[in-house]
Write a protein that binds this ligand. Structure first.
Ligand SMILES: Nc1ncnc2c1ncn2[C@@H]1O[C@H](COP(=O)(O)OP(=O)(O)OP(=O)(O)O)[C@@H](O)[C@H]1O
Ligand code: SF4
Ligand SMILES: [Mg+2]
Length: 348
């Protein structure tokens, strides 16, 4: 599969809000991020709150320009494409962003028909009103809002969270995208509806061959959507582990991924009383602003050693990339069933 989008050595530095101390004005949010998204695949990007996931999503969609590093679309640097006009417009059209808050993403005084019409009429200027109407109907059917007439004259507040997320997907699909960046699309909707939206995204991927970058802090949902695809695990602005989803879930190699998998709840009363010790030294979340040199996981990692404070070069094992300086010292971790862990042996 060819890479559709590639981030190469991307760094993002933000200025600190409200800082009066000159040296403390900036903080490094993304550090040397390398990521590619290929045609027709789903990549799940996982990490805890504030680690830089949305920042990556915005960089991929061209909404944010990185401080340094390169981003290419079909092999071409997107910031060089700006000069080419049409090719940059194509990139902006083919790479769509679906944001977490569907209320904020939809204009509250526009009906669903008006919200869906606008992008189609901008990009397909020669379509007649009838053609635009037919396109909207088929998009609503595609995202499971049937019959379409029932939704067209409604306003966003008259729909449920799950229905609004489907409208956002329909709006993104209206431009025939090659990649949709879906930023926590299910985190604000009822647990009971989450699975249906994830299933819809998987179906759209299969039927339309559209790629997804699925951003989430919930490894359990990532496991569902990235079945047979890839998982990228992030911690404090750096990619820790990346590889085939089922391999990472069944045999996580990085200590942070192991901790994430061990923390997945087990929906089985048989295991309710199980004494579950997480392979992590501290439950306290760290801040990006106080990240030092070397591995950002040092304060929480049970396997940390002196070499972890140097710059860490990722190790490639088969298709897997792991950023850990002490991989041979990290025990093998395998899941007997989700959340029940067995540690021991060597991970080299
Ligand atoms: N425009 C900005 N200016 C300054 N700081 C910013 C800006 N955008 C994001 N940040 C900071 O960058 C860090 C990463 O933010 P980001 O939104 O990418 O995290 P996230 O992983 O998406 O978090 P969440 O899971 O809570 O959505 C945060 O500390 C955030 O406050
Ligand atoms: S580099 Fe060191 S601190 Fe970081 S994950 Fe590996 S062992 Fe832990
Ligand atoms: Mg976010």
């Amino acid at each position: 599969m060819k890479p559709l989008i590639e981030l190469k050595g991307v760094n993002m530095v933000f200025s600190k809000r409200g800082s009066f101390v000159r040296d403390e004005k900036f903080f490094h949010v993304l550090k040397n991020v390398n990521l590619d998204i290929r045609e027709g695949e789903i990549v799940a990007l996982i990490g805890e709150s504030g680690c830089g996931k949305t920042t990556i999503g915005k960089i991929v969609t061209g909404l944010l320009k990185p401080t340094s590093g390169e981003i290419t679309y079909e092999g071409k640097n997107i910031y060089a494409l700006i000069k080419l006009g049409k090719e940059f417009d194509d990139y902006r059209r083919f790479v769509q962003f679906v944001q977490q808050d569907s209320y904020a993403a939809l204009n509250p005084v526009r009906t669903i028909r008006q919200s869906l019409e606008a992008p189609i009429m901008t990009h397909y200027r020669h379509d007649t009103r009838e053609q635009v109407g037919a396109k909207i109907d088929s998009l609503l059917e595609l995202v499971g809002l049937n019959p379409p007439d029932q939704f067209l004259s409604k306003y966003p507040h008259q729909l449920s969270g799950g229905q609004r997320q489907r409208i956002l997907l329909a709006r993104a699909l209206s431009l025939d995208p090659k990649l949709i960046v879906a930023d926590e699309p299910v985190s604000m909707i009822d647990v009971s509806l989450r699975l249906t939206i994830l299933k819809l995204m998987s179906d759209l991927n299969r039927r339309l061959h559209v790629s997804f970058l699925y951003i989430t802090h919930d490894l359990a949902t990532a496991r569902y959507i990235a079945d047979n695809n890839r998982i990228v695990v992030m911690y404090l602005g750096e990619i820790m582990e990346e590889g085939d989803a089922s391999e990472i879930i069944s045999n996580p190699r990085h200590p942070y991924t192991q901790a994430l998998i061990a923390a997945i709840p087990i929906p089985d009363p048989e295991f309710a009383d199980l004494d579950r010790e997480l392979p992590i030294k501290s439950m306290e979340m760290q801040s990006l602003e106080h990240r030092g040199k070397g591995c950002p996981f040092v304060p929480r990692c049970p396997y940390a050693g002196s070499e972890c404070t140097d710059e860490i070069v990722p190790v490639t094992v088969g298709e897997r990339r792991i950023r850990c300086a002490r991989l041979p010292h990290v025990p093998v971790f395998s899941t007997i069933r989700p959340g029940i862990v067995r540690t021991g042996g060597s991970n080299s």
